[in-house]
Design a protein around this ligand. Sequence first.
Ligand code: PHE
Length: 458
Amino acid sequence: MSSNKNVFASKVGAILAAAGSAVGLGNVWRFPTETGANGGAAFILIYVLFMLVLGVPIMVTEFAIGRHGGKDVTHAFEKMSGGKRGWRWMGLVPVVSGFLVLSYYAVVAGWTLYYAYEALIGGFAGKTSEAFTNDFQTFSSDSLQPVFWMAIIIALTCGIVALGVQKGIERGAKIMMPLLFVFILVLVACSLSLPDAGKGLTFLFMPDFSKVTSSVILSAMGQAFFSLSVGLGCLCTYACYFRKDIDLMKDGLSVASIDTLVALLSGLIIFPAVYSISGLSPDAGPSLVFITLPNVFQQVFGNLPWLAYIFSLIFYLLLVMAALTSSISMLEMSAAYFHKNLRLSRPLAAIIVSVVCLILGTFCSWSFGDWSEVKVFGLNFFDLFDFLVAKLIMPIGGMLMCIFLGWVVDEKVLCAEMTNHGTIKSPLYPTYRFIIRYVAPLCIFLIFANELGLFNWS
Ligand code: PHE
């Protein structure tokens, strides 16, 4: 075990922590929703392609910047640029994004915790589909209940971050990630044994390219970004704690493979289940996981209520854990800055960030109820934060990081980082460098321009 407490003690721990950040509601909630809305298998193929050609290189870029810098992300940019102080400002991106992303992510994470609790106390038993719809709407628009559950999520996240890199983040990932896998496999097995599961498989694996439009392509790219947590500097923050002997390229590929596998397995849980009841549609949108699925669990296991109970409980616990391993990385982005630069103790830094996120998160939660009409630039708080993070900061951040590493940083420094100072071979390095210099900035510019409506493709 490494004696330095600010470094992940093991290589596995580092991979699991980064994978924990990547695997989250983006895989189990957003991926099926996007796949459903964008026509299934063809979307998935394009998404996987983007993971490989864009997601992995940007992830590796974040790893290289973070690990080279060591102490924290602001110093990382300055050091890697060879002392150009202007680039230090890029290091503030994760600090600001950490607040924004956690504030709205924690709202949905809070919903998952409430649903896990409902599943535990048997609250779904015997409900009709109208009741599921009404209950979700009543719950999410309430001014206190969702805030209460969100507060628990933030408190748990804060507790883990306060414990530090090895005892908190690494240990949390080492416990939760394997459990998450076991849960997923149990659920996939149950789901595949349902009647008509084959229809769900066809939807997932038989591409129909006639459904591919430019907006499907762009959604697939956006999903790859969100799912891998790239562009905000979140993985830069974690990479500051990477050991010097970690093979960044190999790790990036491992994390992306785990992330993609979890997304596909989530599809294998959700779509066979949805197709096993006639009349339900795979494109039910964000409510898929909070209205359609609990309803499915009740209906398909109607005469085996204990199975419905177990299935629902495991499913929502899985969502809670996936959300937690990601929210930890979000809190760490901002807390690490206050801890390292303002010399606050780690627990104090974590508490300050948590309190601010709790306040901002409350505004986001009220966007579904009392404050639904409170708008900034035409968006309620929840949508505003999502817009800022996923549509603005992620693409711009990702693009700037590629430009930084591809054009500003001395090539020798980059090469040394990728080959661990010549001690390992990195056969993909030339391809990687080509991508970050040309392909990634151009692609990202295109998503960004389209998201902002600079041109209208579809
Ligand atoms: N990748 C995470 C998910 O899939 C979300 C996330 C985004 C985490 C940005 C950290 C930073 O849920």
